[in-house]
Write a protein that binds this ligand. Structure first.
Ligand code: AMP
Length: 436
């Protein structure tokens, strides 16, 4: 008989447990905390959308739509796609649920969850990855750009980051882009043969995308290229100036990066990216920008928007690299370390269950080690594996004396405390700062 096959996760997709899931929850908690301070509400959209939403919303010329979507037909032959990004679904939800008439304007929302792109997996690049994003829809002005960026940086600071590289640029309005694309095409045309296949194709479809090439020869060529910034019309130029001035005023350290155009077609004016040299080749932690034409592209009125999407997997990798991160995660999550109740002797297992329940009722996480046939030493080891700091022991002696034994692993001391009301006494020890 053939051996039963052991299943594996799909290529490019991962299980998250241990420190990873603790760090995931930590950054999600901070995102909720900080974004709420700025008046943002959380929304959850479905993981699957109509394929056409992304074709129209992200753009046919984009890498995502061209190569990376998980697209399939459902049983009725409708073409559906696992969401590759978060902005188009939010724009769809904005229109479908008529958010502008059901709530305040501009609309401010944030989201988090899994996203899917069929890319070649490597460190920091997965086929199922996670994003935390925010969108501000309904204000065309530069102060919204500034506030959104300040909120984003506040979030990153709260996570413990200090010196991240903030790149900023303006990709202008569609007319400036058209004008500039033409100039860039004219500039690159004589060097056509020196361009790689991708860039040659982009020369026809979307020359702007050549600006973020990594190929050394192409980078060299681009040094002499005209700058998009010089082609901006007055409104786009003024907008960008206010954004830069105000960020300066807030003490934000950023660099204007002429090569920053972002991969998606819907961006207008302000675009930004934050990178970290502590990551490998895939060093972008997040990207975002203004998308004043998107809602109209999806059949809605002409409503401007701006937003960002943080790569949560990369963010978490970095959070775990910050010195002292693990200690901090444990401290932030001190409720997680349980107390282990060890009943001594088979007939005391019932008592163990009751004692653990009393601890939980007092708000203390507790586990019970029921395996009374094992030696006490093995059971204490088990408690250590659960990362317990305290152990409660209870057996025949304790029943007689009406006490429980409380052992502290951190300094190897132990004491007896009265059985009645023991949970409150344990709570006072574990969280002295939270007692009434
Ligand atoms: P984008 O929507 O392409 O602007 O991506 C925003 C952020 O999501 C990037 O800066 C990355 O941090 C992250 N990201 C995008 N694609 C992937 C992927 N395949 N795997 C992991 N993270 C990703």
């Amino acid at each position: 008989m053939a051996a039963k096959r052991r299943f594996q996760t799909v290529k490019g997709m991962h299980d998250l447990g241990g420190w990873m899931s603790l760090a995931f929850a930590f950054v999600e908690g901070k995102a909720r905390e900080v974004f709420s301070l700025y008046g943002y509400d959380e929304v959850r959209t479905p993981i699957v959308e109509e394929t056409e939403l992304f074709v129209r919303g992200v753009g046919e010329g984009s890498e995502i739509v061209g190569k990376q979507m998980y697209t399939f037909d459902d049983k009725k032959g409708r073409s559906l796609t696992l969401r590759p990004e978060g902005t188009a679904p939010i724009a769809r939800a904005y229109l479908q649920n008529d958010w502008p008439s059901s709530g305040p304007q501009p609309v401010k929302v944030f989201y988090m969850g899994p996203y899917f792109r069929y890319e070649r997996p490597q460190e920091g690049r997965y086929r199922q990855f996670h994003q935390i994003g925010a969108e501000l829809i309904g204000d065309p002005g530069p102060y919204s750009d500034v506030e959104l960026l300040v909120m984003l940086l506040r979030f990153l600071e709260e996570l413990g980051f200090e010196d991240l590289e903030v790149g900023l640029n303006s990709v202008g309005d569609p007319e400036c882009r058209r004008r500039y694309s033409q100039r860039l095409r004219e500039f690159l045309e004589p060097y056509r043969d020196e361009l790689g296949a991708d860039s040659r194709r982009r020369l026809e479809t979307n020359p702007l995308r050549i600006l973020d090439t990594k190929a050394p020869r192409e980078r060299e060529l681009l040094e002499g290229a005209p700058r998009l910034r010089d082609e901006l019309g007055d409104p786009a130029r003024d907008h960008f100036q206010v954004v830069c001035d105000e960020l300066d005023r807030f003490g934000v350290d950023f660099e204007i990066d002429d090569g920053l155009v972002r991969g998606l077609d819907y961006y207008t004016r302000t675009v930004f990216e934050i990178t970290s040299t502590a990551l490998g080749a895939q060093n972008a932690i997040l990207g975002g920008g203004r998308y004043d034409g998107l809602i109209a592209e999806l059949g809605g009125p002409s409503v401007p928007g701006i937003g960002f999407a943080i790569g949560q997997d990369r963010l978490v990798d970095l959070v775990l690299k910050i010195p002292g991160a693990r200690k901090r995660l444990n401290a932030e999550d001190h409720r997680r370390r349980p107390v282990c109740v060890i009943p001594i002797g088979g007939s005391y297992r019932r008592h163990g269950l009751v004692l653990a329940q009393e601890l939980r009722a007092a708000g203390i996480p507790a586990i019970c080690e029921f395996d009374s046939l094992r030696p006490l030493k093995a059971r204490l080891k088990q408690a250590a594996r659960y990362d317990c700091r305290w152990v409660v022991l209870f057996g025949e002696d304790e029943e007689k004396s009406g006490e429980v034994v409380l052992r502290d692993f951190s300094d190897r001391t132990q004491e007896t405390i009265p059985r009645d009301g023991f949970a409150a006494a344990v709570a006072a020890k574990i969280r002295p700062d939270e007692q009434p």
